[in-house]
Structures are given as structure tokens and as C-alpha cells.
Design a protein around this ligand. Structure first.
Ligand code: UD1
Ligand code: UDP
Length: 362
């Protein structure tokens, strides 16, 4: 079987980390196409190094742009690639613009689409990712889900249950495979911070960064944290934080550049609590046992709230302070969700080996 796996943005790289070796051992000819949606070394190359991901066979150099420009440019380049290569299937992962572009370009050429991380829903159509998820799932021939409820969401939307495979969460497998590699790891950016003596924060969702009052509320809550806060800032967030009045001189917050995966995993494991709006970080916090506060209106990762690892709060300074206070005093254990284990990539292989049926009409 010959497949092309599409990656483009930071969380995509982490998702393919455990997959590529599993494909190689199973004799599946899987090659990566990198759209170039993320291109800074700290947003792309570092993950290939940290996770020993094979070099992409194609690098499409799409870069930044509005949603339509970015998605459309990626579609044009992927259509050319798929037409020339004619793979048996195209795999897309997650919910970014590169995911949607890969699904649209392949589906229109009659090439079956396999979606890993299918069926998650925030039910918030103002999130670009929700639009990407809905369209990608409708175009997919095989839907690989991370949680049982994702399968229920898909069935409610009319997806044929025979196409749905509950493989589990690939982000969880990545955590489990890499935790032994960070034993004893010292993170340079953490210098001066003690294990269990700091809060780790990430902010990059447009619902927070593109609304000055929400970003100001988050900045204000972080600045008054009882513990120092380490904030590796996404490139879109950094200039906006300064505009939102985040004063790093004399405040609790230390702003740093984005860090690599192994450093990030170490920082998450060793933090007293995490404040984030990231999808992947909510899941990783749940895996490493660090209480998480998610600053969003909703989450498609509600399982992390259900198991007790995560609490969802609006971008309101008081609400964030209170939730962080609770997270810092309570560190009860919780059960990891079903199939958030180290067998996810092998379930993906089994699903592919069972055969990918094209959608009707082909
Ligand atoms: C994208 C995804 C989001 C995901 C996030 C992961 C979509 C719609 N959004 O958001 O779901 O959570 O990636 O990080 O696909 N930039 C750089 N260097 C880079 C990449 C981006 O400076 O290497 C800056 C550019 O100014 C760019 C901005 O970040 O315009 C936003 O990048 P983009 O890929 O459009 O969206 P993200 O916010 O990264
Ligand atoms: N991440 C990282 N360094 C950082 C911030 C995040 O390695 O400075 C990792 C994080 O551990 C997770 C992934 O990036 O594996 C999540 O990506 P992001 O938050 O950008 O996107 P989302 O998951 O929200 O789509």
C-alpha cells in the first residue's frame, strides 16, 4: 500500500512521530508531504529532530496567509502532487488548514482520504478548526477516532459506522514513547525554575489572541500567578501580548520562544499546573499528570475535563485566577482515557490493512 501523509503545522508533526516507524515495520510505503504551513525552525525542524521523523519527500512551501490563501495554495500544490503520484490513499491528521487542503484535494481526485483524529467536535463554528474537522470528516473514507464519543459524533452526522475505527489518541502514544527519553532531562529555558514550582502557559487560539480584552484578561491573570509562569509564545501571540499589556519586567511571567517537543514534554511533566488554549497540551497534561486550566469557551477534548485532569474557564482574569488556584492545591490522580496508550499506531496499521473503501461513486 502506498500512502501520502500530509503534515503542515506543529501538532501534525507530533501526531506522525509514532506513525512513521509503525508504517515502516508493517511494510506500508508511507511518505510525508510537508505543506510548509509552519516553517520557522522552532515550529517545524525541531520536531523532526526531536521525534526522529523521516525527512518529508515533498516540501510545498505554502507559508502563512489568510485561511483561503493558505488552504487554496496548499490544495493547488497537493493536487499536482497527488495527480503525479496517484497514491492508494492520503492520510490527513488533526484539524489545521493543511488537513482540510489535503482532504479536499484528494477527495476531488477520487483518492481515498484517511483522517486520524476524526470526530472531535467543539460545536463552535467560529473556530477555524471546527470547520476543518466537519468538512474533512465528511470527505473521509476511513475515520480514525481518538475517543469513543468521537465515533458517536460521526454516526450522528451520518457517517457509516463501518468506516469508523476507534484507534485511540496518537498524542498519548507520543507522550508514552517519549517520557523515558526525558528522564533526567534539564530544560535550559527553565533555569531558575524549580520542578513543581512553576506554571507553564501557552496561548495561541484566535478566540483569545485576536480579542484584546480576552488577551488582556489572560495576561493579567498570569501576571498575578502565585508561582512564576513560563510562557513559550507562539509566533502569532508574542507581538499581541505586548499590545495586551503583558508586563514581563517584575511580573511572574517569563516569555520565551517556542520550545521543542522534548523540552515541552519535560516542562509539562515538571510544572505545578498548566494554563493553555492548546488542544494537544490539554491531552498531554492529562497524560503526564499535571492539572490543566483551559482558557476557552468550549473544548473538543471534553474527555480531559470528564476524567478530572482539566478545567474549562472563560478568558476572564478572576475565573482564571480561581481555576489556577484550585489546580495548584489539588493534584489528585485521574484515570487516563480509554485507548490513550502505546498501541495507537499499531491500531492505525490494522485499520489500514483491513482496506480503505473509497466513498461511493468511485
Ligand atoms: C495553526 C492552526 C491551529 C493550530 C496551530 C498550531 C489553522 C487554521 N490553525 O494556527 O489549529 O492549533 O497552527 O500551532 O490551521 N507564524 C510564524 N512562523 C511559523 C508559522 C506561523 O511566524 O512558522 C506566524 C505568522 O505570522 C502566521 C501566524 O503565525 O500568520 C499564524 O500561523 P497559521 O499557520 O496561519 O496559524 P496558527 O495560528 O499557527
Ligand atoms: N508544543 C511544543 N512547544 C511549544 C508549544 C507547544 O512542542 O512551545 C507542542 C505541545 O507539546 C503539543 C503541540 O505542540 O504537542 C501542540 O501544538 P499547538 O498548541 O501549537 O496546537 P494545537 O494542539 O492547539 O492544535
Amino acid at each position: 500500500m502506498r500512502i501520502i501523509v500530509i503534515v503542515g503545522a506543529r501538532p501534525n508533526f507530533i501526531k506522525v512521530g509514532p506513525l512513521m516507524p509503525a508504517f515502516a515495520s508493517a511494510g506500508i510505503d508511507a511518505r510525508l508531504a510537508h505543506t510548509g504551513q509552519h516553517y520557522d525552525a522552532a515550529m517545524s525542524d525541531v520536531f523532526f529532530d526531536d521525534l526522529e521523523i523521516p525527512e518529508p519527500a515533498w516540501f510545498l512551501g505554502v507559508g502563512s496567509g489568510t485561511h483561503a490563501v493558505q488552504t487554496g495554495t496548499a490544495m493547488m500544490k497537493l493536487e499536482e502532487l497527488f495527480s503525479a503520484e496517484r497514491p492508494d490513499a492520503v492520510m490527513v491528521v488533526g484539524d489545521v488548514n493543511s488537513t482540510l487542503a489535503g482532504a479536499l484535494a484528494a477527495a476531488k481526485l477520487g483518492i481515498p482520504v484517511v483522517h486520524l483524529e476524526a470526530g472531535l467536535r467543539s460545536r463552535d463554528m467560529s473556530m477555524p478548526e471546527e470547520v476543518n474537522r466537519l468538512v474533512t470528516d465528511q470527505l473521509s473514507s476511513m475515520l480514525l477516532t481518538p475517543v469513543a464519543s468521537a465515533g458517536e459524533n460521526l454516526i450522528a452526522e451520518g457517517v457509516d459506522p463501518a468506516r469508523i475505527h476507534f484507534v485511540g489518541n496518537i498524542m498519548a502514544e507520543s507522550v508514552l514513547r517519549n517520557l523515558p527519553r526525558i528522564e533526567g532531562r534539564e530544560v535550559p529555558v527553565r533555569s531558575g525554575l524549580e520542578t513543581g514550582g512553576y506554571v507553564l502557559a501557552t496561548v495561541h487560539r484566535p478566540e483569545n489572541t485576536d480579542h484584546p480584552e480576552r488577551l488582556t484578561a489572560i495576561a493579567s491573570a498570569l501576571s498575578s500567578s502565585p508561582l512564576p509562569v513560563l510562557l513559550p509564545a507562539h509566533p502569532r501571540t508574542r507581538p499581541l501580548l505586548a499590545e495586551a499589556g503583558l508586563d514581563t519586567s517584575g511580573s511572574a511571567v517569563r516569555l520565551v520562544d517556542p520550545v521543542g517537543y522534548l523540552d515541552m514534554l519535560t516542562l509539562q511533566r515538571d510544572a505545578a499546573a498548566i494554563v493553555t488554549d492548546s488542544g494537544g497540551v490539554q491531552e498531554e497534561a492529562c497524560m503526564v499528570g499535571t492539572p490543566c486550566v483551559t482558557v476557552r469557551r468550549n473544548t473538543e477534548r471534553e474527555i480531559t475535563v470528564e476524567v478530572g485532569a482539566n478545567r474549562l474557564v472563560p478568558a476572564d482574569a478572576l475565573a482564571i485566577r480561581e481555576a489556577l488556584g484550585n489546580a495548584l492545591v489539588r493534584r489528585d490522580g485521574w484515570e487516563r482515557p480509554e485507548r490513550w496508550d502505546d498501541e495507537v499506531a499499531s491500531r492505525v496499521v490494522s485499520a489500514l490493512e483491513s482496506g480503505v473503501l473509497p466513498l461511493s461513486g468511485y
